[in-house]
Ligand binder design. Structure first.
Ligand code: SF4
Length: 482
């Protein structure tokens, strides 16, 4: 999907038992996680001040190679960022420094996810802060944790105590002043986090996705479990739990759109999940068409699954122009510029002209780009039927994905909160100018991914926010970013 959705950050942490310099591995790992955020990036390595830059990793590494190559250490954390809760400035880039460098409870944290600020502010008040500073949810969580550590609590006790105020999602890596590496994941497991091993440097790696492990030649050990805290120091690794909830809420969007196709999350390879969903769409919507065309890039495996199941040829009728600045990875631009989102998608006229196209995409958020693709890019086709791997998005996400305002969501805007899928399919088709639209449903999504419905978050399609500690007030985009 080349839509205006933006991924919500990627984190990494590395600890080498052989005392090897882990900075090159941190950088390569972050490059592999770049699809999760491209506004800013940073690393914190023991013994060095936190290093942060705006833009993508490779640009700064090229420009500041000498400076970065002087950052040496055996333990460190890193982050690539897209902002969900604060303006996109270097000041808000991660890792964030919590406390002062001279203090023994000082730590640095890299966070993927979104937490409710109001609840965190309540906690800080209870802890005696009269006017807590801090703009981002990460800083507020950090301040509470810092105070609890100062009061003698262990990391696990601090998370246990703070847990009732942690409303939302977090997968985080932490570098402590004692040189420990910590990986921690919220009790529902909204965002992914995994543990790996790099043999060559005897290092544990904690990363948002296993594609980062693959990129540096490390192997995946396992996912970090929801509610788990993994603490790595020179004595080894210990795992503790600050919460044990049976009901997990893995985000299915990671499978259909966000995560890298090569990543394995909860034992499921993202590519396989996408391809399976394509097969399920073929069972649900067996359309008589000439060719199956994916909207690049994330819908490609699903289109292949659909094509194989139906015996209809798969064609790359739409291609991304990889020589345009953003062509190599997904488009991340502000909504007001969204018309240009699809400008780097080029249709191959000979492939599409006069054809009955079955177009596969992962989802529709605002509908603008689907309209442009169907109305402009594919206008020489005979007809276009659009199938979507994700069910209709009708409610905002408060767990780290950038569709905060309900009014922006096409399905809600034109269908209200109806649950009648046929009706939604019909109205959305009319709006975007397709001959037919067929959304997946939650059963198809669950079956395709291979995760039970009660282990997934489905709030943005069902409106059920039971996996949160309390439902948040729907906000506008401006309120979220202020
Ligand atoms: S609300 Fe939707 S996008 Fe957000 S975590 Fe849940 S399933 Fe994922």
């Amino acid at each position: 999907m080349r839509n205006p959705l933006k991924e919500k950050c990627g984190v990494i942490g590395i600890f080498s038992f052989e005392g090897r310099n882990i900075t090159p591995l941190l950088i390569s790992g972050l490059e592999a996680l770049q699809h999760r955020g491209q506004e800013a990036w940073g690393i914190a390595v023991e013994g060095h001040p936190t290093f942060k830059r705006t833009g993508i990793v490779s640009q700064s590494v090229d420009a500041e190679f000498e400076k970065i190559s002087k950052i040496n250490g055996n333990v460190g954390i890193g982050h690539v960022r897209y902002s969900t809760t604060a303006k996109s400035t270097l000041e808000h880039a991660h890792p964030m420094d919590i406390g002062s460098m001279m203090d023994e409870h000082y730590f640095r944290i890299a966070h993927n996810g979104t937490l409710e600020r109001e609840l965190l502010l309540e906690n800080l008040k209870d802890l005696g802060f009269s006017s807590p500073y801090g703009v981002t949810d990460t800083e507020l969580m950090g301040m509470s944790l810092h105070r609890m550590l100062k009061n003698g609590k262990s990391w696990t006790e601090a998370f246990k105590t703070l847990n009732s105020y942690l409303n939302g999602s977090f997968s985080a890596t932490i570098l402590t002043s004692k040189g420990e590496l910590i990986g921690v994941r919220d009790e529902r497991g909204f965002r992914p986090l995994c543990l790996g091993w790099h043999e060559e440097t005897s290092s544990y790696i904690i990363a948002s996705e296993s594609c980062a492990l693959e990129a540096i030649g490390a192997s995946l050990i396992r996912d970090i479990k929801p509610g788990e805290i993994v603490i790595i120091d020179r004595n080894g690794l210990r795992s503790e739990f600050f919460s044990r909830k049976k009901r997990h809420a893995h985000c299915p969007f990671e499978y259909t759109y966000f995560a890298h196709p090569s990543s394995k999350i909860e034992g499921i390879t993202v590519y396989n999940a996408r391809k399976n969903i394509g097969r399920i769409l073929a069972e649900k919507y067996p359309i008589d068409g000439d060719i199956v065309v994916p909207v690049p890039d994330s819908a490609r495996p699903a289109a292949l699954g659909y094509s194989e199941k139906m015996g209809i040829p798969f064609e790359e009728g739409l291609l991304k122009d990889r020589y345009k600045r953003k062509g190599g990875w997904r488009s991340f631009i502000e909504p007001e510029k969204r018309e240009s989102i699809v400008s780097n998608i080029v249709a191959i006229r000979d492939v599409i002209e006069g054809k009955r196209i079955i177009l596969i995409d992962d989802s529709i958020v605002r509908g603008t780009s689907s309209r442009i693709i169907i109305g402009k890019k594919l206008k020489s086709a005979k007809e276009v039927s659009l199938l979507l791997t994700f069910p209709p998005i009708m409610y905002p996400c408060y767990m780290g994905i950038d569709f905060p305002s309900q009014d922006e969501l096409l399905a809600y805007r034109i269908c209200g909160t109806t649950t009648n899928l046929e009706e939604i399919n019909r109205r959305v088709a009319e709006y975007i100018g397709a001959s037919f639209v067929g959304y997946n449903d939650v059963d198809g999504l669950s079956k395709g991914i291979g995760l039970p419905k009660d282990q997934m978050c489905l709030s943005c399609t069902t409106g059920n926010y039971d996996c949160l500690k309390r439902k948040l007030k729907f906000k506008t985009r401006e309120e979220m970013k202020s």
